[in-house]
Design a protein around this ligand. Sequence first.
Ligand SMILES: Cc1cc2nc3c(=O)[nH]c(=O)nc-3n(C[C@H](O)[C@H](O)[C@H](O)COP(=O)(O)OP(=O)(O)OC[C@H]3O[C@@H](n4cnc5c(N)ncnc54)[C@H](O)[C@@H]3O)c2cc1C
Length: 737
Amino acid sequence: MSTSALPETASMLTLPTDQVRSILWRFADRFDLQMLVQSARGVARGTVARLVAAGERNTHDWTPLKDEMMDAFDRAGLTAVFMEPEEGGFIVGPKNLALALSAFELAWVDGGAATASLAGFLALSPIHERGTPEQAQHYMSLAAPPQPGEDRKAWRGAFALTEPIPYVGVDTGMLGGKVRIAEWKGGEEPLLHVDKRGRFITNIATANFVTAAVSSDDPRIKGSCVIILEDGDEGTFDPGTPTRKLVHQLSSTGDPIFNLKVPASRIVGGYTVKDGVIVPNFSHGEVIEAVFRRTRVTVGLMTAAKLLSAIEPVIRYQRSRFRGAEGARPGTVRYEQGIQQREDALHRLVDVWASGEAAASLGFAAARLFDELDPLEKQKTAILRERGIAGGRSEMKALRATEESAIAFLTMKPNDSRRAEYAADPLVQYVLKDAEANVLCPATKLWNTGHGANMMREAVSLMGGYGITEDCPGFLASKWMDAQLEATYEGPEAVQRRQLTVTMTSTVFLAQFRAWITEMRHIASIRPGTGACTLASAMQMWLWTLNHLQKVTDAAGNKLYHGQRQGVTFAMADALCWLLASRCQILDVLELEARGTADASLADTLRGTVQFLGDLCHVQTAKAAGEVGRICAELVFGYKKHPSWNDAGCNQCFSVDELAEFEQTMPGITSIVLDVLKADGSHPDKAGPCASCIGESDFLQMQNKLSRCLSGSRLAKDRAAETVSAVMIPEALDYPQ
Ligand SMILES: Cc1cc2nc3c(=O)[nH]c(=O)nc-3n(C[C@H](O)[C@H](O)[C@H](O)COP(=O)(O)OP(=O)(O)OC[C@H]3O[C@@H](n4cnc5c(N)ncnc54)[C@H](O)[C@@H]3O)c2cc1C
């Protein structure tokens, strides 16, 4: 192997600009989205920031100022982002990326404001995804902000799934909310009686309607459904007491009580009557699956925004830390660089920044993927309906053959004559994107919020004591705590891990994953500085481990990869997220490099920005490799019985001669293996007994390779740290503190 001199590097001079971000996150060609970003930013850094700075987070109550914030969202067009133009919206086509960008901008300042803006969307989502055309038309137009000349107030909504303990939480099947038939006169629409209590319901203080999950308490209604309740319905529509929450105080949350009579036409998606029984077209489970599938990505992006928003205030604090002291005169290192003289402070900030970039890359990739998936999903449903196939199970069965084509497509040579045909086949493309989305969505929600909350703690700690005061610029302490809510609502971490353990083992996803390893190997050869090599090796290790765990048993003979064995399956889900985030981060930087070259406005700055963001990729892949290596090693060896120095234990050890032989083919194994018998059969002093490596030599080889793939990652960190110590930042934050 040849080594070359270190290449010449360029430095990033300013924080990444909007132009850079629009290329990284692929909306440089979307003027509508660029305008939306500016609009959301105006509200976030204006109205919202002023509210937070004025202490409006210090009350659980819904206040007139918080209400005005909702009006500001309406005026800025944020309420209508997810609506179709004919419903009052302004964006044509899928809107996942649009929603993601809007939430990102709001959460840059305050997560609660972002949640308040999204909660209406969450309430309408069941109707949008599964409602009848009449329901969609009716509620969307009521919720659309009034147009000039219209004299009405927009309806606000809430989504009520969670119930008081012991009912719905993580386990969404345990519904306490009930629906019964109140009155059913022959030939007329049945009147239903809904009895439901909610817990932690967002937007409830202002809600005019609620989409509520209920199950049947009447033999004349089958199963469960989501039903629309209005504040003018007969009975009780009580928003209840506000939740005394320590987070997201700019959104309203409460425990409502509903006891209402509503027509059966409010069942989301409609119903049929079969043998005198009302059969909802969609169970509550089917509705919420369609809803959360999209909205969870946006939540993950809210935490990503927090991390990236922390960079500028931390840099400013670090640099100005000693200014004003006697010995710190302008021009001295102490004055100019402050705490940034110290490597640890810079390295930790680089870690926060790298995590924020990776989280944003993963989240925006997921949002874009849903934008691609949405029209394909519609096409798929129409094609299958034409073939007389409808409904979850029948569709899944019908798509099985397409799955094989999708896998074949992934492994086809570039010159294969069937390539164009498969690329244009909506069913093949649907199956591919669906498998990917089923993984990227929970990965974004899980990793961005969970790991993001940990990294927010790191960001807060970089501000010292200031970080945990209300005076901290950028509201970092609030953002740290808020991240914990983002990890909890819309399904906490266990829910995302549970979903991943199923979706990440789909044959289509795994075929895609193999193709990604090849892709990363190729990138590694042309852009070694991105850490793609490290990533490819870590991906290989994850795949090998998954395959291994699916086949082997623990010391007691019990299956390892099993739904009930969350210690195994959840850990593998966690490991995967690190890999996915790093991959998206690398792809974004390559996009910037490729597209930015054609952009004259970036001519002077592109090289430095690509260098810095590429170094962050390298830093992040090294971290990801460490996590994956640790998790996989623990799972591969951790379920083996710890041998003792009895005959059986000694039989599992390597002998000195045997090991010398292995060293020929596995350089480095001598330094890893501890169970070594000397020529006379004795153990060296203090050689701890541990599991034998027999059968896992492939893993050890991969571990060895992965360690060597870390080459250059700390050089990248040093380079990134140097940039962080010199990058220019504005004089002051562009929102109030
Ligand atoms: C501010 C706020 C706003 C909210 N807004 C809404 C809203 O608008 N609408 C709505 O319907 N809900 C809302 N929620 C509710 C939220 O979605 C739930 O809190 C969340 O789903 C978790 O349910 P839980 O609190 O009952 O936790 P629990 O179900 O009690 O879970 C507690 C812990 O146990 C773990 N756990 C539970 N089950 C399992 C399992 N099977 N395997 C492994 N671990 C498990 C969980 O991961 C978690 O760590 C909101 C919550 C808050 C705090």
